[in-house]
Design a protein around this ligand. Sequence first.
Ligand code: BG6
Ligand code: MG
Length: 211
Amino acid sequence: MKVKGYILDLDGVICDTARFHFQAWSRLALEYGITLNDEDHEKLKGVDREGSLRYILNKAHISPEADLLLRDMERKNAWYLDMVAQMSPADLFPGTLDFLRQAKENDMRIALGSASRNAGLVLKKLNIEPWFDAVVDGNIVENGKPHPETFQKAATLLHLKPEECIVFEDAPSGIQAALAAGCIAIGIGNPDSLKGARVVLPSLASFVPRH
Ligand code: BG6
Ligand code: MG
């Protein structure tokens, strides 16, 4: 089937905000006496805010009471937003604008498919909102990745079938979600952790369309 659309994850695909999320979660985890490692980082990528906090509390053997969840999600988000406040278009990963330009020249429809409730803000900081025909983020999705909802919604908003869309993802949970939705999955980052992806590239800049 002909590829007609691209669905891009945000954090770790378009810009380095995966690092900001990890720094903020690491700061919180340290308060509970635990140090997050590289394996935790991989596992947390793509996981929504509450799911990430539950992972950390579980690792610290702390019971996830509702008020604690709310308080810590808010604290982590405030630290994350402090980092996002410093962002500008210079924080786009190199080659992202060329990727978007080339996609449009090839008549591709483009959607964002992110778990983040801050995705709209980050797109604004990067000044790339106008490139997207649809934005699916953590505010409009009920089931986070690896559930397929994010990418199913994105394909629907692009008026495409999932199999007509390529998803670009840096997270194992995101690759699973893309495959479960019926999309083609391209990994961005580490081939060892992105099993199931059709191919794993170092960045969007290395993508050469063959469709
Ligand atoms: C994903 C990130 O894109 O968004 C996760 O990979 C993050 O690390 C998730 O937890 C939710 O983000 P936010 O901004 O809603 O807390
Ligand atoms: Mg990501």
